[in-house]
Design a binder for this molecule. Sequence first.
Ligand SMILES: Nc1nc2c(ncn2[C@@H]2O[C@H](COP(=O)(O)OP(=O)(O)O)[C@@H](O)[C@H]2O)c(=O)[nH]1
Ligand SMILES: [Mg+2]
Length: 487
Amino acid sequence: MRYPLKVPPPSSTLQHINTSTLQHFNTFKYLRPMSVRIDDTIVALATPQGVSAIAVIRLSGKDAISITQRVFRGKRLETQPSHTIHFGMIWDGNTPIDEAVVSLYRGPKSFTREDAVEISCHGSPIIAERIIKLLMRKGARLAEPGEFTKRAFLNGRFDLAQAEAVADLINAETDNARMAALNQMRGGFSKEINHLREALVHFASLIELELDFSEEDVEFASRDDLRRLVNNIQQYTSSLIKSFDQGNVIRNGVRTVIAGRPNAGKSTLLNAILNEERAIVSEIPGTTRDIIEDEVVMGGINFRFIDTAGLRETVDVIEAMGVERTREQMKKAALILYLFDLSDTTLEHIEQEEAELKSLGIPYIKIGNKLDKSKPDLIKALRNKDFVFISASNRTHLDQLKERILSRYHLDVTPGDVVVTNLRHYHNLVKTHEALDRVIEGIDNGVTGDLLALDIRDALHYLGEITGKVTTEDLLDNIFSKFCIGK
Ligand SMILES: Nc1nc2c(ncn2[C@@H]2O[C@H](COP(=O)(O)OP(=O)(O)O)[C@@H](O)[C@H]2O)c(=O)[nH]1
Ligand SMILES: [Mg+2]
């Protein structure tokens, strides 16, 4: 395609340029290099392994209904309409296996958009296994982890970010996590990202077009407009990137390490928080040598509390290993609850310990424990120094401690909130943002179109990977292999 040479690109011709250049742009192959076998029919148990009232076996694929028909005696399934249920008997040849209810879904009105069947049988592992094996003999293949959701994605039911939200929804351990996953599954940021991506594709295509005219020194793509667009996109990516702090807490909870000198009352505090005698408490310093941890939901957030060996120099080899582990745990923590034994320390020691603690660069809360046995002078000296004073063994002021912990996290996800909870999305947003920084830098430095185009392509690539506009088989495998079988 060539334009009449002498004609400059007035804005009135842009409309005309757009459609043809978009075709031109498609030759960049931002298309899915997909080689997925999707013509066979898959089967898997959709409910947990083990004894239950009902087990559900799920089939999807073009032969889902006819394969089921071969083992089912009741109504003729193949003539039944979509979204109907049918009672009957599953037979293996002349052997009855179980009574079952079969739900029929005809594509595209199903989760995978393919024909699909759900067989509800009695919840015995041997029944479910027998039926699945039978269906495999009749032509179904055992599904891989996440393959149902993968098919839903490949068949365009939703994009990749939404597919990933399905797994998050299943695995949600708190109401906030459930809400965030549901919001994402229902569209979340996908629409906005696609919208921004399209605008960027438009610019990329104009810039690519300039390359065809390099000898003409023309600019089809207004650099000012491009800068404005990139700023716009960056505003959005920044806000999404920021939301990950919160999103990470929602999805993965908060790793909270309880640390301090031996005998400060760490194990007592863990037990008090968990409300059970989880860790051994004793007056002998150095009792806790291994890491003990458990989860508690507070304020809609999952906290993983980790009790550690007390920090001190020691000649005991085992204890020393414990201390080493404590240091590792502290570095990995999202929050450290640092305990001081008010009955057995001084202001100088406290300041020394805090200096060490601060140097880790991890958020911490200072707790003065053994309030019941503390020296009044010390408490006075520590007032206004941001301590929470408690007695772990008497369980006093634990509410204040809880409030202090929760005050760091303001989480209340409501319907429609967009929060990035997925590490992959977060990484891609950061990379998009960086690529766009380079675009702006390029515009500022007046670099040539071909260089701008490179960075724009990078940004497009990373944005596209979030929603699955750009995918590779590896990426998909990586994502869906983390799902459970049957989902
Ligand atoms: N008086 C008093 N003793 C406490 C308190 N909390 C813990 N202790 C005692 O301090 C000793 C050490 O407690 P422990 O939880 O094993 O400390 P850790 O080494 O930090 O895990 C035990 O004898 C506890 O009963 C408290 O608030 N007041
Ligand atoms: Mg202990």
